[in-house]
Design a protein around this ligand. Structure first.
Ligand code: SAM
Length: 282
């Protein structure tokens, strides 16, 4: 076996590698290096600055889980802001909800969307929907000056390094809080409590100081560091499990590959070591 791509995990002094059949796309934008690789094990893989963003094999887990838990808690999600998410996977899942009338998607790098539209159209095709308004600018600056109000903000970011760093800051979260309607929900990808505990602790302490409700929920994403990934759920009013919209879920007829009703509740049950990590951060 010829391992010809590996993502390095410096915190763990470890790496995850796989074979590559072909490099379909490789360009340096003004912000980051973007690659799309064809692989025998994972299908096409989107890499940014050496980190796996998605693979065709398991992207459904991440995109279903970042979108449907808040969408089945908010009683009438109509207007959504996605920060990052230029690959289109999160927009694709949001568009499955008939109540969603408008999605503003703000990604700093138009080249991510262009590359995904060319090589991953089943994921990026959602960007072409008339309900999706794409803006290519810094999400940190966008939320500072934005006059709009949203029911749901989804932060589908890269890791908190380089251009993604500001999307994990207190000021950014405060501006998101201001942009949310009085019963709005914010969800963000929050990395791994198993291998990146400092990042998760930081997300918790910042969001829980701003929102009255702050919970984490988990998903198993095999190609992300450790496979144990969490999302922050910060809410002005709704409880993530008690306010689950069971009737809407049942009548929707939607079929998922990962998400389901039992998992919705189960995902918010977190392991003891993770609870202790958060308690310790207070
Ligand atoms: N699913 C992925 C993960 O967790 O690894 C995230 C994928 S998505 C491609 C991340 C997007 O965030 C990228 O397209 C990147 O351009 C965008 N991004 C990074 N920093 C940003 C910023 N400051 N403002 C807006 N978008 C940003």
């Amino acid at each position: 076996m010829n391992i010809n791509f590996s993502e390095r995990y410096p915190e763990m002094k470890a790496a995850f590698g796989f074979e590559v059949d072909q490099i379909l796309f490789s360009e340096q934008s003004p912000f980051q290096k973007i690659e799309i690789l064809q692989t025998p094990g994972f299908g096409k893989v989107l890499i940014i600055d050496g980190c796996i963003m998605l693979t065709e094999r398991d992207e459904f887990v991440y995109h279903e889980m970042i979108a449907h838990p808040p969408l089945f808690v908010h009683p009438h999600p109509e207007k959504i802001l996605i920060i990052g998410g230029g690959d289109g996977g999160t927009a694709r899942e949001c568009l499955r909800h008939p109540s969603v009338a408008q999605i503003d998607l703000v990604d700093i790098d138009e080249l991510v969307s262009q590359a995904c539209l060319a090589h991953l159209p089943a994921i990026a095709g959602a960007l072409l929907s008339e309900k999706v308004r794409c803006r290519f600018e810094d999400g940190v600056a966008y939320v500072k000056n934005c006059p709009e109000r949203y029911d749901l903000i989804i932060i589908d970011s890269t890791d908190p390094i380089s251009v993604g760093e500001g999307l994990f800051s207190r000021e950014f979260y405060q501006n998101c809080h201001r942009l949310l309607r009085e019963d709005g929900i914010l969800v963000n990808q929050s990395e791994s409590p198993s291998w990146l505990p400092k990042i998760v602790k930081g997300v918790h302490s910042k969001l829980s100081a701003i929102f009255p409700r702050m919970h984490f929920y988990q998903a198993h994403i095999p190609t992300y560091p450790s496979g144990h990934w969490v999302f922050g759920f910060a809410s002005k009013r709704y409880h993530p499990v008690e306010d689950f919209q069971q009737d809407r879920y049942r009548s929707s007829g939607m079929k998922f590959r990962y998400y389901n009703q039992a998992l919705h509740a189960g995902a918010f049950a977190i392991p003891t070591f993770f609870q202790e990590l958060i308690d310790d951060a207070r």
